[in-house]
Design a protein around this ligand. Sequence first.
Ligand code: CAA
Length: 393
Amino acid sequence: MDELLSKENLELREQTREIAERYVRPIAAELDRNAEYPWPVVRALQEAGLMGVWIPKEYGGRGAGILNLCIVVEELSKACGGVGVTYAVNALGSFPIIVGGTDEQKKKYLPELASGRKLIAFGLSEKSAGSDAGSLRTRATKDGNSYLINGEKKWNTNGGAADIYTVFTTVNPERGSRGITGILVEKGTPGFVIGKKEDLMGIRCVPVHELHFEDCRVPTENVLGGKEGHGFKHAMMTLDLARPGVAAQAVGLAQGALDLAIDYTTKREQFGQTIASFQAIQFMLADMATQIEAARQLVYQAARACDLGAKNVSKFAAMAKVFATDTAMSVTTNCVQLFGGYGYCRDYPIEKYMRDAKITQIYEGTNQVQRLVIGRALIKESASSREGKETKE
Ligand code: CAA
């Protein structure tokens, strides 16, 4: 389906594919074993000018949008799902600045992120505020020309590796989601400590940490958009733009696993023939390839909708995430099956794909939350079309 992609899409895909094959695939197992951050890959992406693909040109990025971001994430994830997310999480962290930052914040932070000189993370979740993000409790209290932040964040992807953190706080818990305020916090700010590192099942090269804030003082100019109470909307708008990236990670993982499974089943012989010559195996391969292509087209369409600033991106982004990540889980599980006993061993690369795929159904909103977003959108659309008809009558 390359005919459906632009010259720019194809060039970015080729450029990323070369980096993935040269720098990612050879070290993917080692990064996973040692839970090690992929610095050589980040450097290669920086040199290739790929770190700021989604950042507008006026702030030093490539201005290439969400579809191109998805294409890069997909290619990296084909070789290693963990590396895919170390890249994509910079988009998640920087979208709040892009959608809600002041001009000064954009000028200060986006060029450094676009060049890859600095990395960023997104701090929304807390121990008791996961799916219910609006109930977060990290508190920001105004004190003269600054805010004092107290509290803690959980599941911070890129924690420790990142230089800048978009931290969602509440200035007034009684106001619920309307009290939530995003604040940009730089690593090294006194009172900000990178806490416990999680020991993960998959995407092990990505550091996921707790973040602790104790009387952490940040200037008022670091308040996202310069106004209190807009943080929840900025976070939701960010997730709408970022979820196609998780979906692209899932497509890459599924495609990467299928490629390995085709290679294996066309070489592995049983009963005097390759196992791929059995119809049972061909049907499995055919179903997986069809599901992956369907997921890819949905992800690309959701990304195009984001790039066009379409109204209903929340629904499409959620649909892409649900469909692609459920596909990745079922495809990677079936690929392990095709490798038989060998698939269950770490000597072969396939089991890592299954471990890496699992998180895509969980983070940036569980797939249950995505279905909630889709369901709510359907009800809203139906109510507004009813209202429209009644007005005409
Ligand atoms: N865009 C703009 N505004 C939005 C919005 C959107 N997509 N969605 C909601 N809002 C606004 C609403 O209009 C509403 O505004 P008003 O106060 O003006 O009425 C306000 O936000 C509250 O909306 P809801 O009442 O719908 O909010 P809710 O409390 O019911 O929550 C939810 C909705 C969809 C469940 C949301 O909480 C959600 O997405 N939860 C999942 C959070 C999530 O994805 N967390 C993962 C974080 S990242 C991560 O995993 C770690 C990592 O580092 C990778």
